[in-house]
Design a protein around this ligand. Structure first.
Ligand code: PLP
Length: 386
């Protein structure tokens, strides 16, 4: 059987490859400390679980409207309008797993040859989605010394007549950078002037520290009509396995993308939708506790990294990743392999996130304090030996 050109365009996911190797080693009884997973290690808050169980028991187990149950669409729109200032209503919401939203957006908007601007480094799946459509990723380099903040001048310089879309992910996976309002304003100016659409992935929007503020570019003047905002429950409420999130866009765009949804997954899982409503409208104490716990772990990991020779790290304002820079003549893939094979510590090589990720690795601190101490101790031993 012959694979399509589309499939041949995309490499396997770098992050999933590490997870598979980690699982295999764990299966062999090896004690691995994993800093490679992009998910909270907490359990979903009990009120959300209870609501899901209640839905199941009540027989809410059939197809729902393709765009999601009306009460949930309304609740998402209200929450996003109140927190982010995006001028949206229920008709602007499509309930769908976040990654599915990103995948459908690529399919819905990108033609072969279209160029998509994306920060370098950035999360692994954007490039795969772009390439799968025959479109071309155009990396806009961000720098460690600038805290990985995007430079709008570099964005402007990368624009060509073929530029169709700009991807923004704030707070960022892998750098944790929260893009300042002034940067987003600068990008918005360019997108308006050059008629470029924006895909804003805000899945880490609630996980911010030290007073850092997350801004939505769709809330800026005249940006709603050219922006698709994507977010979801996975990271905020420790619900990665539930596969539920949303995209926010003008109504015509929601209807258009829903054609893909209705011909692919039909709708999000039914019984998770009332639970999602509970997540959004119910008590938010667990969310706050999780963010406070992440901050403690971030600070612990940063302290430990500051004592490791050859490592330097920014203090990220959001998400749950550190992206340390290392001073050693070794490729990031080889360093990650060395950490795994010799130290039994899993990290993700920086190169998986784009060319500018070379010389870095990503460490997810969604891990227990004892694992952070032990794992960084092992990394310290290896760094000393380099
Ligand atoms: N966007 C970013 C930046 C992510 O890091 C992830 C998951 O790791 C996703 C989207 C996908 O989220 P979900 O698993 O909820 O589909």
């Amino acid at each position: 059987m012959q694979f399509s050109q589309r499939l041949q365009e995309i490499p396997p996911s770098g992050t999933v490859a590490i997870s598979n190797l980690v699982n295999q080693m764990k299966g062999e009884g090896i004690d691995i400390i994993s800093f490679s997973v992009g998910e909270p290690d907490f359990t979903t808050p009990q009120n959300i679980i209870d609501k899901c169980a209640e839905s199941l028991k009540s027989g809410f187990t059939h197809y729902t409207p393709s765009m999601g149950i009306p009460e949930l669409r309304k609740a998402i729109a209200e929450a996003v309008k109140a927190k982010n200032g995006i001028p949206c209503e229920a008709k602007n919401v499509l309930v769908t797993p976040t990654k599915q939203a990103l995948f459908m957006i690529a399919l819905a908007y990108l033609n072969p040859g279209d160029e998509v601007l994306l920060p370098d480094p950035s999360w692994v799946s954007y490039e795969a989605h772009i390439r799968m459509c025959g479109a071309v990723p155009k990396y806009v380099t961000t720098k460690f010394d600038d805290g990985f903040v995007i430079d709008p001048e570099k964005v402007a310089a990368a624009v060509t007549p073929k530029t169709k879309m700009m991807v923004i992910n704030s707070p960022s996976n892998p750098t944790g950078c929260v893009q300042p309002e002034s940067t987003l304003k600068g990008i918005a100016d360019i997108c308006r002037e050059k008629d470029i659409m924006v895909m804003a992935d805000e899945i880490y929007e609630h996980i911010v520290y030290d007073g850092a503020k997350h801004y939505s570019i769709a809330a800026m003047p005249d940006m709603f009509d050219r922006t698709i905002t994507v977010s979801g429950l996975s990271k905020t409420y420790a619900m990665t396995g539930w596969r539920i999130g949303w995209m926010i866009a003008p109504e015509a765009d929601i209807k258009a993308v829903n054609k893909l949804q209705s011909h692919s997954i039909t709708c999000c899982t039914s019984f998770t939708q009332p639970a999602a409503l509970e997540a959004i409208k119910g008590p938010q104490d667990d969310k706050k506790k999780m963010v406070a716990e992440f901050k403690k772990r971030r600070d612990l990991a940063l302290d430990l990294i500051s004592e490791i020779p050859g490592l330097e790290c920014n203090v990220p304002g959001g998400a749950f990743y550190l992206f340390p820079k290392y001073d050693a003549k070794i490729a990031s893939n080889d360093l990650a392999e060395k950490f795994l094979m010799e130290g039994h510590v899993a990290v993700t090589p920086g190169r998986a996130f784009g060319p500018a990720g070379e010389g870095f690795f990503r460490l997810s601190y969604a891990a227990s304090e004892s694992d952070i101490i032990e794992g960084l101790g092992r990394i310290k031993d290896i760094m000393r030996s380099l």
